[in-house]
Design a protein around this ligand. Structure first.
Ligand code: PMP
Ligand code: GLU
Length: 401
């Protein structure tokens, strides 16, 4: 590495994304010829459906290649508003929608727009890797609320009540969740909404990017409750549900004043999202044909069943049964302070490294999600690869004494 000059305080406050870092390491090893099975990054291994790709090709042919309006094309914002209405029963006008470079930017827009130094954000643990770091970037204060495997890694209304202070500004969570795959029921969401509703300064970021990967039925949003009306910002996008991670299109729906702030920020930072990707996203969202999404959901469920069976075959691992998304987040602390004779595994990072080097399987250490007793396995890969990965994992773990 070359010389490093003075780094901004802002960047010193954040760490590298460990999901992307593990994916990078496994890519590098694979390029060197090592047969790595990548259970680190969360992205569907399915291909973007061809009717969506065709829409992008048409956009290029028709010269839809100029700057788009900062909040996104009108047609796409309208299609998103329609999606909220017909799929989720939520009423947002098209001008309350902002299209961004992935849901990640949508989340960053909201946090950077609402949070000032010292403002507190309630973050149930385990959380998606980037929440905490974007909050750090905004100089906000993460107030982590620990949840347990026994509670399906769900936060209770009582825990939220106890964590609220005068400085609480936001509550951020995902359902279906990354990394634990927990799915909150309507009643659970209502109970949380009622606690938050008592504090009118608190807003909610509801990250619903895994909406379409849900094994227990209908998706429920915390935005549906009257008591939180105009206080929920819904985040979603096309990355997961339509196998479009590389297209970089996410969106949010928010109260108008929050939308306006996000447009202001995005206008100075990145401008409108890629015009071509937006046309592809428009096709994805407005197409009647959601058979593909359903097929993907069924495939993920079969893989979930397989991975849970394989995990339960390894002594010392404890897990919840994920009900959505495509991750399992088991407690593997049983293996800490054990050695295979020459490598000592002290913690989750050591264990992830051990599995990478000894089993050639890439996983993400739990500390990236706030819980260092766990590791995250992504099962967005084929059943064959999952089976082979777990043969190797079992063999490597059984060597630890
Ligand atoms: N939220 C969660 C919970 C995620 O797992 C991810 C990762 N894909 C994102 C947001 C960001 O998604 P996108 O690809 O749309 O930026
Ligand atoms: N969200 C995915 C994950 O958790 C993609 C990587 C990322 O954006 O962090 O693996």
């Amino acid at each position: 590495m070359g010389k490093v000059e003075k780094v901004s305080d802002r960047l010193n406050r954040i760490s590298v994304s460990q999901t992307l870092e593990m994916a990078k390491r496994s890519r590098e090893l694979r390029e060197k010829g090592v047969d790595i099975i990548d259970l680190s990054i969360g992205q569907p291994d399915f291909k973007t459906p061809s009717h969506i790709k065709e829409a992008a090709k048409r956009a290029i042919e028709n010269d839809v290649t100029f700057y788009s309006p900062v909040p996104g094309f009108k047609e796409l914002r309208q299609a998103v508003a329609n999606k909220f209405k017909y799929e989720n029963g939520l009423n947002f006008e098209a001008n309350q929608i902002v299209i961004s470079n992935g849901a990640k930017q949508a989340i960053a827009n909201v946090i950077l727009s609402l949070i000032s130094a010292g403002d507190e954000i309630l973050v149930p643990v385990p959380y998606w890797v980037s929440y905490g770091e974007i909050i750090n970037l905004a100089d906000g204060k993460n107030v982590f609320i620990k949840t347990d495997v026994e509670d399906d890694y769900k936060v209770s209304p009582q825990q939220i009540r106890e964590a609220i202070t005068e400085k609480t500004r936001l509550f951020i969570f995902s359902s279906p969740s990354n990394p634990a795959g927990s799915v909150y029921s309507r009643d659970e969401l209502r109970a949380i909404a009622e606690v938050l509703a008592e504090h009118e300064k608190i807003y909610v970021i509801s990250d619903e990017i895994y909406e379409h990967i849900n094994f227990i039925g209908k998706h429920e949003s915390i935005a549906q409750f009257e008591c939180l009306k105009d206080r929920v910002i819904v985040i979603n996008g096309v990355s997961k549900g339509y196998a479009m991670t590389g297209w970089r299109v996410g969106y949010m729906a928010a109260p108008q004043w929050v939308t306006d702030l996000c447009i202001k920020l995005q206008g100075q930072y990145t401008s409108g999202a890629s015009s071509i990707s937006q046309m592809a996203a428009l096709e994805a969202i407005s197409s009647e044909d959601n058979i593909y999404t359903l097929g993907m959901n069924a495939a993920f469920k079969r893989r979930r069943d397989l991975i849970i069976e394989l995990i339960s075959d390894i002594k010392g691992i404890r897990t919840n049964i994920p009900q959505g998304a495509f991750y399992v987040f088991p407690d593997i602390s049983e293996f800490f302070n054990k050695s295979n004779g020459y490598i000592m595994v002290k913690n989750d990072s050591d264990l992830a490294l051990y599995l990478l080097n000894e089993a050639h399987v890439a996983v993400v250490p739990g500390n990236a999600f706030g819980d260092p007793s766990c590791v995250r396995f992504s099962y967005a890969t084929s059943r064959e690869k999952i089976s082979l990965a777990f043969e190797r994992i079992k063999f490597a773990l059984e060597k630890l004494k």
